[in-house]
Design a protein around this ligand. Structure first.
Ligand SMILES: NC(=O)c1ccc[n+]([C@@H]2O[C@H](COP(=O)([O-])OP(=O)(O)OC[C@H]3O[C@@H](n4cnc5c(N)ncnc54)[C@H](O)[C@@H]3O)[C@@H](O)[C@H]2O)c1
Length: 439
């Protein structure tokens, strides 16, 4: 088996510097790393992770290794790997199988290499690792699985699954896939839904993606956001953050939603709310953040103005229907590193950023380190939780325990030098008594 598969080992020096910089901005994870160094809560465990291979992920890997684990990594997106970081990880002995610009075969072979390490804990961002295991177990044949099998060597799926004590999932789309598996009674081991922890979904999704998605759009296009008609599709955790930040930059923002509560929230936050068929006619910049499929498709492309820019911040590249774009266009041309121009029959030009994949990771460098500090602290502590409770947890999608969730928020506040108010004994008691009322 390959020890690593990266683009270019000579990039390692720059990657190491980038990781060092990330560490500076990740005080909570750095503290956990120090604790792990002393306690070794993951001693003897192998961890296989399918995450965006970025500097923050490298700091997480360091923490897990300090905790006593052996770590193997592959990318959770073919276009998001920072090759210098991957090189630095490989050079320091981590089994890393990732490079920017992977084809489907390479992407799944890399997943295969991580599985070949026979992990005891899986960590996912989007559930590709765990769903591969489940497809294998339940005999769901596919071309992708054949690539995985090819690199697994003699390891049987029975032995692989027998060795796994649990998993962690980073993002909304992954949690949705896991709940679907659990709903069918098919989940083979317990998985902690890190995404759903308050100290993740209320910060990483809106604030991290809010900033980094705009960073991606601006880096790729160089466009001015002020005064631009922007359309955000989906006003959940991610979309609401993007919409608010777009407005902060002076854009005129329209929101498209299917959920009446989220739509009402958007209206009362002062946004224009419309169905996609209307927004398509006047938008100039579209950003999708639904976790759903084909939310912008043929009828919408047909109604769009010349020169619109299309970007996706949802997990998979299925929110903007690329097949419809291909069918509608008479010509497609790459006009800048991450911009594809589709020329329609009537001469209108539609510009797609980052091949419709996560715009913040493909066209920029993903979330700010400070936000990943919280998400990856939750990952590290959830791995510890799985290790401490091995073979005791049900094969379900589990919440991050509240004490871990609160600890991460508390440590983050401490790192910022912010003090919390504390409840007095009288106040604690007041919350416990139903007899109190108006006097
Ligand atoms: N880019 C990143 O770095 C990043 C970070 C976190 C999450 N994500 C991904 O972003 C996506 C959204 O995550 P979230 O946490 O905001 O989920 P969420 O469930 O909070 O929000 C999704 C919203 O989209 C709406 N929606 C669904 N279908 C729609 C449609 N056809 N038209 C309009 N609205 C529709 C839903 O009603 C919901 O309000 C997921 O794929 C998630 O994995 C990406």
């Amino acid at each position: 088996m390959k020890e690593y598969w990266v683009k270019d080992l000579s990039l390692a020096n720059f990657g190491r510097k980038r990781i060092e910089w990330a560490r500076n901005l990740m005080p909570v994870l750095s503290k956990i790393l120090e604790d792990f160094r002393k306690e070794k809560p993951l001693k003897g465990l192998r961890i296989g992770a399918c995450l965006h291979i970025t500097a923050e992920t490298a700091v997480l890997a360091e923490a897990l290794i300090e905790g006593g684990a052996e770590v193997s990594l592959c990318a959770s997106n073919p276009l998001s790997t920072q090759d210098d970081v991957a090189a630095a990880l490989a050079e320091s002995g981590v089994g890393v199988y990732a490079f920017r610009g992977q084809g489907v075969e390479e992407y799944y072979r890399c997943i295969g290499y991580v599985l070949a390490s026979s992990p005891n804990i899986t960590i996912d961002d989007g559930a590709d690792l765990i769903s591969t295991i489940h497809k294998f177990w339940y005999g769901v044949e596919s071309k992708e699985l054949a690539y995985v099998r090819d690199v697994l060597g003699g390891l049987s799926i029975q032995d692989l699954v027998r060795g796994i004590i649990g998993g962690c999932e980073e993002t909304t789309t992954g949690v949705i896939r896991l709940r679907a598996m659990a709903g069918e009674g098919k989940l083979l081991y317990p998985v902690v839904a890190v995404n759903d922890a308050d100290s993740k979904r209320l910060f990483d999704n809106p604030i991290g993606t809010g900033q980094s998605a705009l960073d991606g759009v601006m880096r790729a296009t160089g466009m001015l956001l002020a005064g631009r008609n922007a359309v955000v599709v989906g006003f959940g955790n991610v979309g609401s953050g993007i919409a608010h930040r777009l407005r902060g930059m002076g854009a005129r923002v329209t929101v498209v939603e299917v959920d009446p509560i989220k739509a009402l929230r958007a209206v009362m936050d002062g946004f224009n709310v419309e169905p996609m068929r209307k927004a398509a006619t006047h938008g100039e910049l579209f950003i999708t953040a639904t976790g759903n499929i084909n939310v912008i498709r043929r009828i919408h492309f047909e109604a769009m103005k010349d020169g619109v820019v299309l970007a996706n911040a949802g997990h998979f590249d299925v929110e903007i229907n690329k097949r419809d774009l291909e069918e509608l266009c008479v010509r497609k041309e790459r006009v800048a590193p991450y911009i594809d121009m589709y020329v329609m029959r009537d001469g209108r030009r539609l510009y797609l950023l980052g091949e419709g994949r996560l715009v913040n990771l493909v066209c920029a460098e993903g979330h700010p380190y400070d936000v990943m500090d919280m998400s990856f602290s939750l990952q590290a502590l959830s791995a510890k939780y799985l290790a401490e409770n091995r073979r005791k947890l049900p094969n379900q999608v589990l919440d991050v325990p509240k004490d871990i969730d609160h600890l991460v928020a508390k440590l983050k506040l401490e790192s910022m030098g912010i003090e919390l108010e504390e409840l007095t004994e009288e106040q604690k008691n007041y919350f416990l008594k139903w007899e109190f009322g108006s006097e």
